[in-house]
Write a protein that binds this ligand. Sequence first.
Ligand code: URA
Length: 201
Amino acid sequence: MSALIKMEQLRAECAGCLRCALSDGRTNLVFGTGNPQAEVMLIGEGPGEQEDLQGIPFVGPAGKLLDTMLELIDLDREKVYIANIVKCRPPHNRDPRDEEIEACRPWLEEQISAVSPKIIVCLGRIAACSLIRKDFRITREHGEWFTAGGSVCTAVYHPSALLRDPEKRPEAFEDLRAIRAKIKELCVRTYDSVSTSHASL
Ligand code: URA
């Protein structure tokens, strides 16, 4: 079955999910977006207000910065697949709880298995702690390389953290450059037709 069909089947199944209490408050499921055949998958934390209203990941202020980060390394939403650790918005944008992350994990695992990405980029601490190692330290370990779910995996600062603390941006820029190099090393299709970026962080 193609990754596209598999992903649409999963989305339809997930739309009725009642596995944790976050489903009580959802306006829309925020399942994922982008190219299910991508070689690069980005995984954030969970939907915020705008995402919940629109049903699309990273459409609020952090999403605008994420688009710029992608542009910096000649990527866009059509060249990657973007999902979150939890698919429904935690109230008041609090961190998702362990039991919510565990309840949602099978959906994410199915997504990762459908995409079968060469590279996974965790956006922020929560994604890194759920996918790489429970005690992952984002300030120390961002930009390092690991394996997770059969893919080469790294973590970068969450775009919201970069909005709150612009001093982290040079480090994030270095991580992005390393990700670009790793994509060139491991991925054959992602940079097939690149246009050079004019973005700045
Ligand atoms: N932050 C996230 O981690 N995910 C989103 O979809 C939006 C903001």
